[in-house]
Design a binder for this molecule. Structure first.
Ligand code: HEC
Length: 106
């Protein structure tokens, strides 16, 4: 059987990515930082409120989890958050809330 160069180089590329990833990460928990990046556009870098947008940095973790669930379940009226919150599982909401609770308020 002949060797499979494509698969091999793909494996090498994947390995390079895995090796490089910790260097690129700014937060210790990469998956939380990745999920939280989706919120920065509106809530500001690291959740520190930009303008009229509510600041979510340094908020109580339980509060953040409750708000996200309330948005998702339609219990808290919102303009955009009810749509966004539907995209996350409970586990992801936990990670995101933990991440923002750890961010300095300013
Ligand atoms: C498109 C802009 C936008 C994005 C993206 C966004 N938000 Fe929001 N967020 C809002 C707005 C606007 C509100 C005020 C409620 C509303 O009208 O939806 C809000 C409110 C909140 C609140 C309530 C704050 C409080 O003080 O009670 C939380 C918590 C929150 N967002 C978390 C998040 C998280 C976590 C993400 C990322 C997964 C995120 N938001 C992404 C616009 C956004």
């Amino acid at each position: 059987m002949t060797p499979m160069p494509v698969t091999h180089s793909a494996a090498v590329a994947l390995l390079a990515l895995v090796v490089a990833a910790p260097t690129l990460a700014q937060q210790p928990d990469q998956s939380a930082a990745y999920l939280a990046a989706n919120c920065a556009n509106c809530h500001g870098t690291q959740g520190r409120g930009a303008g009229a947008m509510p600041s979510i940095a340094g908020q109580n973790k339980e509060y953040l989890v409750e708000q996200m669930r309330a948005f998702r379940d339609g219990k808290r009226p919102a303009t955009v958050m009810q749509h966004l919150a539907k995209g996350y599982t409970d586990a992801q909401i936990n990670l995101i809330a933990e991440h923002f609770a750890r961010q300095p308020v300013r």
